[in-house]
Design a protein around this ligand. Structure first.
Ligand code: PMP
Ligand code: GLU
Length: 396
């Protein structure tokens, strides 16, 4: 029987594939260390868990409005105002099953067949697939390590065609950790206005910035705010990856399109997770500040270690919790007769021989790089770095 050609063009998420492979190996007793999926290692704070338990006990167990409860939308509006200087009304908020779902809604709402979306690369693995799912065309805008994985405004201008509908901004970035400065964001905003583009601003790592500070591109005035869809979620800030709460803030008509579609597809996100999300947003940011202090130590250690090993190197990321390791210096080397000729082969051999899971760069459109997540314990990081040294020493 025939199946959908469109679905056949969508590949599985390499980050989640690595993660499930790593978890299966660990479950079967293998001493594997995982640096794959970007998932905070700390548990969800107790006050958030308690709010979920109270929600169950108080009967918060029914359908809610498809785009989220009024309480959660209000808490999100309050957060956007106090943390980001953005005024949105609850009608402009759509709460979804994780930011991944929010982004899928966004591309569905703004694209028509053939519309192009500019995605600066290296980019998170899911953006191009989401764009294709919405019948759009992902257009990579290549950035390089020499330029700290940032594009120049003239590169963005040159990538715009009369089919360009949107540009994705992910600052801090997964996988590079780069953070755009205010002047850079202002230039992007000006260009987006001039060229009549949407800006999809994925701000999920906003609180994980070690150098500089987060600024939402939507905060530069009404004109840019109206054409920006701010995407955010609770997974990273509150270590709530499994709870699946993400949201968008946008112009009313876009929110309405997304909300209508969501009302037929998933309906509301989990009612208990929504109640817990209110407690998370209203409970202050101490948790993420402590987590950030811990991540700084891990990042510094990992960066120092990688840069002390011959054949590999990395930049010091300014945000998120990933390090992109340049491994081009290992091309042509081999182990047990197997030659490293790509990040894919490196990652496969590193997992097989050294029992360390990292994400190869190909999925991020970053050949020659592998991504390490440092959202894992210092003990694991030390083990991973040791194994990297031994593995590289064994190469011929
Ligand atoms: N955007 C980026 C850049 C991410 O790294 C992630 C992590 N999965 C997401 C969005 C989606 O997160 P979630 O669906 O867990 O909210
Ligand atoms: N965003 C995280 C990552 O890049 C989690 C996995 C995923 O959703 O892709 O690893």
């Amino acid at each position: 029987m025939q199946t959908s050609e469109k679905y056949a063009r969508i590949s599985a998420s390499p980050t989640l594939l690595i993660d499930s492979k790593y978890k299966a190996m660990r479950a079967s007793g293998v001493d594997v260390v995982g640096f794959g999926a970007g998932e905070p290692d700390l548990d969800t704070p107790i006050h958030i868990k308690k709010a979920a338990i109270a929600a169950i006990e108080n009967g918060c167990t029914k359908y809610t409005p498809a785009s989220g409860t009024p309480e959660l939308k209000k808490a999100i509006c309050q957060k956007l105002l106090t943390e980001n200087g953005l005024f949105y009304a609850p009608s402009q908020i759509v709460v979804s099953n994780g930011a991944k779902h929010s982004l899928t809604n966004v591309f569905g709402a703004i694209l028509n067949p053939g519309d192009e979306v500019i995605i600066p690369t290296p980019a998170w693995v899911s953006y191009p697939e989401m764009v294709k799912l919405a019948d759009g065309v992902p257009v990579p805008l290549v950035t390089t390590e020499e330029n700290f994985f940032k594009f120049k405004i003239e590169d963005l201008a040159a990538a715009i065609t009369d089919k360009t509908r949107a540009v994705v901004i992910n600052s801090p970035s997964n996988p590079t950790g780069m953070v755009y400065e205010e002047e850079e964001l202002r230039a992007i905003a000006e260009l987006a206005i001039e060229k009549d583009l949407y800006v999809v601003s994925d701000e999920i790592y906003e609180h994980l910035i070690y150098e500089g500070k987060h600024i939402s591109i939507a905060s530069f005035g009404e004109e840019i705010k109206n054409r920006t869809i701010v995407v955010n979620g609770l997974s990273k800030t509150f270590s709530m990856t499994g709870w699946r709460i993400g949201y968008t803030a946008s112009a009313d008509h876009i929110a309405k399109l997304m909300s209508n579609v969501q009302s037929h597809s998933t309906s509301n996100p989990n009612s208990i997770a929504q109640a817990a999300a209110v407690a998370a947003l209203q409970g202050g940011l101490d948790f993420v500040h402590d987590m950030k202090a811990e991540y700084i130590k891990r990042r510094d250690y990992m960066v120092e270690q990688i840069n002390s090993i011959d054949g590999v190197s990395c930049l010091k990321p300014a945000g998120a919790f990933y390090v992109m390791m340049n491994m081009k210096g290992l091309y042509g080397k081999s182990i047990d007769g197997k030659v490293i000729d790509s990040a894919n082969t490196f990652a496969a051999l590193f997992l097989e021989k050294a029992m360390v899971a990292v994400v190869p760069g190909e999925g991020f459109k970053a050949d020659g790089y592998v991504r390490w997540s440092y959202a894992t314990s210092m003990e694991n990081i030390k083990k991973g770095m040791e194994r990297l040294k031994v593995f590289i020493r064994q190469l011929q």
